[in-house]
Design a protein around this ligand. Structure first.
Ligand code: ZN
Length: 301
């Protein structure tokens, strides 16, 4: 094995797939494929990897971080299979079988778990500590990494669907097709557009929407601090990029904790914990590379 193995890494998102082949996310050759009918999107990803193998040489492992729900336990029959999703034609799509055709070690995780892995690698030296990565975009999801490994239960967490109290000035019924006003139903990108007609950046920072969304995300962060006691909570995804939102989320988390966790004796104290992604928009694809490396390592062990 060479010192720098060539990997195929896929960030399989709900609106686009990023497929990358190379030795690192920074130097790899990559392509973006819109998430359309699975035959088209998955087919294009397979073709791209096959073409890159011709150009770069054999790959040694594949890592995939996928939108979910997706089976993430290698011992289960639904490993790498997309679960029940409102996205047309995608329920039951078997990523594990499809990408097994390359005959290399393969590891599949949820997209947020992959991003969490990469952020943890970046922010927690020596793989010590706990990090939670939250994405707020077309949906809301969160993944937990403990000491350098993704922490799942019998399935990957579905924290976007927890319930939080309504903001006193928000009577929106919610956007989630299953729960209505769960966290995702109240604070994801489509819920913002459905409620106010525009995204947060366009609405402007003095619009009530900013305080309302920060109330929900701050409440979520406070709950995570209370339940997981993480070293870091990283807030990623398109909605989180809204200017000024991160600071409001910290303030809301501080307010809703009510001084209970003494180590955060002022809102500034949360600045060290609730952060923007250190890898900018590369968290997801970097995580897929780490998954590939873990697959290869497990195979060689
Ligand atoms: Zn829901």
């Amino acid at each position: 094995m060479s010192n720098n193995p060539i990997y195929a890494a896929i960030e399989a998102g709900g609106t686009k797939w990023l497929v990358s082949v190379g030795t690192s996310p920074e130097t790899a050759v990559q392509t973006r494929i819109p998430t359309e009918h699975p035959e088209v999107t998955v087919g294009a990803a397979v073709d791209f990897i096959a073409e890159q193998i011709k150009q770069q040489g054999a790959i040694q492992a594949i890592g995939i971080g996928s939108f979910g729900p997706i089976g993430i336990n290698p011992d289960d029959t639904d490993y790498g299979v997309i679960g029940k999703t409102p996205k047309p034609h995608w329920t039951g799509v078997d990523l594990f079988s499809t990408f097994s055709q390359f005959n290399v070690p393969l590891k599949i995780e949820s997209d947020v778990n992959a991003a969490a892995l990469a952020e943890a690698k970046s922010l927690l030296p020596n793989d010590e500590g706990r990090l939670i990565y939250i994405t707020v975009g077309t949906g809301i999801g969160a993944g937990v990494v403990d000491n350098g490994r993704v922490s799942n239960g019998v399935h990957h967490p579905e924290m976007g669907h927890i319930r939080l109290p309504h903001h006193p000035d928000d009577n929106y019924a919610g956007h989630c097709p299953i729960h209505g006003a769960c966290l995702e139903g109240l604070a994801c990108g489509p819920a913002i557009i459905d409620r106010w007609g525009k995204d947060l950046s366009t609405l402007g920072s003095s619009h009530e929407s900013h305080d309302i969304i920060a109330y929900y995300l701050g409440g979520f962060a406070a709950n995570l601090l209370l339940t997981y006691a993480p070293n870091y909570i990283v807030l990623g995804g398109g909605v989180s990029l809204t200017e000024g939102l991160l600071s409001r989320v910290r303030q809301q988390a501080f307010k809703q904790l009510g001084g209970y966790l003494a180590r955060f004796n002022q809102a500034d104290g949360l600045g060290a914990v609730i952060q923007a992604p250190s890898l900018d928009t590369l968290s997801g694809i970097s995580g897929a590379y780490l998954l590939a490396a873990q697959a290869l390592q497990a195979h060689c062990a």
